[in-house]
Write a protein that binds this ligand. Structure first.
Ligand SMILES: Cc1ncc(COP(=O)(O)O)c(C=O)c1O
Length: 308
């Protein structure tokens, strides 16, 4: 059975799948994407991912290549064709194919849609039980990190540095104030010495992770006190626990930062509790997941961020 990819209206053999050389995604990174986890054949937090996709498209003035219900149908068909039980669905929408020119093309250019899937064995991943290391690196990205664009070069460069240092991720740090923004492909969290869960508020400075939103809900339900505020590298190094979150990292405990142990250097109880809650949620055993917000402010503002 071939592994299928979906490219602009056709289900094709993944090995043969291709887009045009003048696709603006290829030439300018002019596009957006989503990664949705599939657990037991079901999409996790599909609605919130589609809401975020819609916002990313709006922000870049790219139209839907197909209607939202049709896109959902294609995703389901890809899961069926590729017999995907556990893994992810990747979807990418670019502005389309047009003669190379920085300004948007005028006229009838159809946004291009590509969907692929990847099998993953979450149950076998040791990162959840053993934890991972991160290094801290300057965040070199642009001012609209809230848009999930395919323009990921600074993320790739920092992820490569982390990999070369033997680390799973990097905590990216705002060079202006020394505060952690997020990972290269994940959101960053700590549990402070006082036992409070902390993550940066969703503004233009980070990508508002769908997993992040679901974890905040689980923390609320589990009675874990949390606050959305920036934290520094020093505070992270003094923390009891730390973790990163993303659609495929769930809650991945961070046990070392820049080679220094976090807490006693082992996976802590709050990480375990939140991971168990998230796994339950992903398996369909908890009702409430992420809800996409109406508004994402440009900045942290006056510090009145959400807390519970
Ligand atoms: C920069 C960045 N931050 C955060 C996330 C986590 O987002 P989500 O939980 O929706 O996967 C990602 C995921 O790709 C990311 O690339």
């Amino acid at each position: 059975m071939p592994r299928y990819a979906y490219v602009n209206g056709r289900y094709v053999d993944h090995r043969e799948a291709a887009v045009h050389i003048e696709d603006r995604g290829y030439q300018f990174s002019d596009g957006v994407y989503e990664v949705v986890t599939v657990k037991d054949g079901r999409l996790v937090d599909a609605k919130a991912h589609m809401d975020r996709l819609g916002r990313s498209l709006d922000e870049l003035q790219i139209g839907w290549p197909v209607s939202r219900p049709v896109l959902e149908m294609i995703m389901a068909e890809m899961i069926r064709r590729n017999r995907l039980h556990d893994g992810l669905v990747y979807m990418q929408i670019t502005r389309g194919v047009a003669p190379r020119n920085h300004a948007f093309p005028t006229g009838d250019v159809r946004p291009a849609l590509v969907i692929t899937t990847k099998k993953m064995n979450f149950a076998k991943m040791t990162k959840f039980t053993e934890g991972v290391s991160v290094i801290t690196l300057p965040d070199q990205r642009w001012a609209r990190r809230d848009i999930k664009t395919i323009s990921l070069l600074p993320n790739c460069l920092n992820k490569q540095k982390a990999t070369e240092a033997g680390c799973y991720e990097a905590f990216q740090v705002d060079p202006k104030d020394g505060m952690v923004t997020e990972g290269t492909a994940s959101n960053a969290w700590i549990i402070t010495e006082a036992g409070e869960l902390v993550t940066r508020p969703a503004t233009h400075r980070i990508l508002n992770g769908i997993t992040r939103l679901t974890i905040l809900r689980i923390a609320e339900e589990e009675g874990v006190p949390f606050v959305e505020r920036p934290f520094s590298v020093e505070e992270a190094k003094r923390a009891r626990e730390a973790f990163v979150s993303s659609a495929t990292s769930f809650v991945t405990p961070v046990v070392r930062i820049d080679g220094e142990p976090v807490g006693d250097g082992t996976v802590g109880p709050i990480c375990r509790k939140l991971l168990a809650g998230y796994e339950e949620y992903a398996a369909g055993l908890r009702a409430r997941g992420a809800e996409w917000p109406d508004d994402i402010p440009a900045d942290e503002g006056d510090g009145t961020s959400r807390a519970a």
